[in-house]
Design a protein around this ligand. Sequence first.
Ligand code: ATP
Length: 313
Amino acid sequence: MPRSDALLSVRGLRVGFDGVDVVRGLSFDVLPGEVLALVGESGAGKSLTARALLGMVPRGATAAGRVLLRGSPVTPADWGRRIALVPQDALSALSPVHPVGDQLALAVRSVQGLSRKDARLRAREALSEVGIPAAKSGSLPHEFSGGMRQRAVLAMALVNRPDVVVADEPTTALDPATQDMVLGLLRERCSATGASLVLVTHALDVVRAHADRMAVLYAGALAEYGPVDRVFARPLAPYTAGLLATLPSGPRPPKTRLLVVPGRPPAPGEPAAGCAFAPRCARATDHCRTERPEPRPLDGRTVACHHAALETT
Ligand SMILES: Nc1ncnc2c1ncn2[C@@H]1O[C@H](COP(=O)(O)OP(=O)(O)OP(=O)(O)O)[C@@H](O)[C@H]1O
């Protein structure tokens, strides 16, 4: 059952290719105004999950499950309006040949149906909310610095005042100082408008600094999901513990992938049964290899591990 206080609820989300699910029945809630991080290794299904929230799965993919906004199914009319995306590649969100202000105004007009004048005003306001002066609204994206272009992308996502912003590794390609600026700004703007933020990231230091709760994905399924403080202080799923053990003390250079416990995640479609993490898990038993652990509430979070209960005794 979705939480009654949830803004966005995802239930039984599946995304697959050629009949093989790579996101395998994911359920989680996003609370009003919170920052929820989706974290996990490369290939865990973070981006597909984020994109499924906006009906943007790649061509050839099948998606199933429910996405509810304030208890009602999300419809295409909500995409870009009530749920907005900050994509990984800032440039892909902006046309190279149209002034940035015009692009924002068009997004406002197509979603809200405002007059040209009002749309232009809202576009300028949205740019100024992310620190881009009105005088710059006539510039083309390539005339902006990298950081300013990223801020323009945030303005594009926020211009229609969405309830939920989904940010897919919004800072991966940026240097650490710009990463921090962009994430801080994104959080600040979401908090100013009361929007929730779903943040896809590899970087655990980003999760710790910016998220309220975290959903740890492994091979397209939930390993652990709960408040960041609680999960960091005492991870209960062996995969989460392995992941957190890799946390570097210093800043992470851009584009670094997380390297965790030895071994590799299963390829799509394997294993057929049991816990997907079992081949890498020091605690795995025959039970783990034959029966998939269902997510269950434990110690203030949700954990999918047959052995996690032992950790509390
Ligand atoms: N267009 C596609 N065609 C076929 N398979 C795909 C496609 N996109 C993703 N996949 C499969 O889905 C898996 C999950 O992809 P996804 O992009 O969601 O992972 P991710 O956790 O976001 O990884 P990364 O951190 O590297 O972006 C991939 O490992 C791949 O097997």
